[in-house]
Design a binder for this molecule. Structure first.
Ligand code: PMP
Length: 351
């Protein structure tokens, strides 16, 4: 740590879900990836892009993806920014869209990377607790003069959705920048993209890592007023989206059938898992995402996590108030979920 600056020394580390070396031995339900392959058309497009043109830099703004996404959502490319995963967008927003003496606010529990990136970028922030139903209360975000707020819809790790009417009412009263993280919106949710046409203080972020089965490709999108997009373009690394990522994302947007098929299977499997967990006596937080946040009245979450781990099933268990009472389970393939349920059954029956 000899050469680390103070901020780096002081910041808390982001702890991602485990990615064990011997991954093949595990059933991996801990990082909300898709259990299904990207459509063949997407893999073909990436393979096709892997040719001699890789010696050239990519398009600096991934313009083909900006245009395709804009067209699909009735926007202009000026409203669309393409990033190296949606995580990059949070970094850029915290780096360039809040003054050093201002205050940001994020819900808790929520995606812990917001807190980490705020610390990494020297942004002061507050965590605003969800209420006892794990719902977000917008009034709490108006109690102080926050300059930047990130909300997650549906929220990770709870899976709960945010009412768009409440979001809109908040946007019209809030004077700062409102970021709506829609990494999981494609599974059930309603998007806030429509509000970008009305409000110049809303940034909606999207991810290709979940519903598009492309976590390994690293592509995210921000939708916002052209002025904000111009700022993001000014701030980003020179070539933040590589040629393979641009080709893959473009093909993924084009293949609506493949996309809907994969999302549909996740939804079917989620229903199956909800039913089985209910049969086992779990309390399930109503989820609008590709994961379930659950607890059992008789077995502590930590024990469920540990027991599953020894049986080579990975789920996520977080430390900290409220969230440590639950485990978060990503929706996997039917085979994975059947294996999970079998192990849970034996754990709960004390076997
Ligand atoms: N937002 C939330 C709420 C997430 O859970 C994740 C996945 N870890 C991300 C954003 C990151 O998405 P990406 O892979 O596009 O960076």
């Amino acid at each position: 740590m000899k050469y680390w600056n103070r901020r780096l020394k002081d910041m808390a580390e982001y702890i991602p879900g485990e990615q064990p070396e011997n991954l093949d031995e595990f059933i991996k339900l801990n990082t909300n990836e898709s259990p299904f392959s990207p459509p063949a058309s997407v893999l073909d497009a990436i393979r096709k892009a892997a040719d001699a043109s890789l010696r050239r830099y990519p398009n600096p703004t991934a313009m083909s993806v900006r245009e395709a996404f804009a067209k699909q959502n009735n926007l202009s490319a000026d409203n669309v920014f393409v990033a190296n995963g949606s995580d990059e967008i949070f970094t850029l927003l915290l780096r360039g869209f809040i003054e050093a003496d201002a205050l940001a606010a994020f819900p808790y529990p929520s995606y812990s990377l917001y807190y980490t990136l705020a610390e990494a970028n020297g942004v002061r922030y507050e965590r605003i607790p969800l209420d006892q139903n794990l719902d977000l209360n917008f009034a709490d975000f108006l109690k102080k003069k926050y300059a930047l707020v990130i909300v997650c819809n549906p929220n990770n790790p709870t899976g709960k959705g945010i009412d768009l009417k409440a979001l809109e009412a908040f946007a019209s009263r809030f004077k700062g920048l409102l970021v709506v993280d829609e990494a999981y919106v494609d599974f059930y949710g309603e998007t806030a993209i429509g509000l970008v046409r009305e409000f110049d203080n809303i940034v909606v972020t999207r991810s290709f890592s979940k519903s598009y089965s492309l976590a390994g490709l690293r592509v995210g999108i921000a939708v916002a007023h052209a002025d904000i997009v111009r700022g993001l373009l000014k701030l980003k690394d020179s070539y933040n989206v590589d040629r393979l990522a641009e080709a893959g994302a473009l093909a993924a947007l084009a293949d609506r059938k493949g996309f809907k098929y994969n999302v549909g299977m996740v939804r079917d499997n989620k229903e199956f898992l909800e039913q089985r967990l209910e049969d086992l006596g779990f309390f399930i937080v109503p989820s609008r995402a590709n994961f379930l946040f659950v607890r059992h009245p008789n077995v502590p979450a930590q024990k469920i996590y540990e027991e599953l781990y020894t049986r080579k099933v990975l789920v996520r268990h977080f430390t900290g108030p409220v969230q440590s009472e639950y485990v978060r389970i990503s929706i996997g393939s039917m085979m994975e979920l059947r294996a999970l349920v079998k192990e849970l059954e034996s754990i709960i029956k004390g076997g």
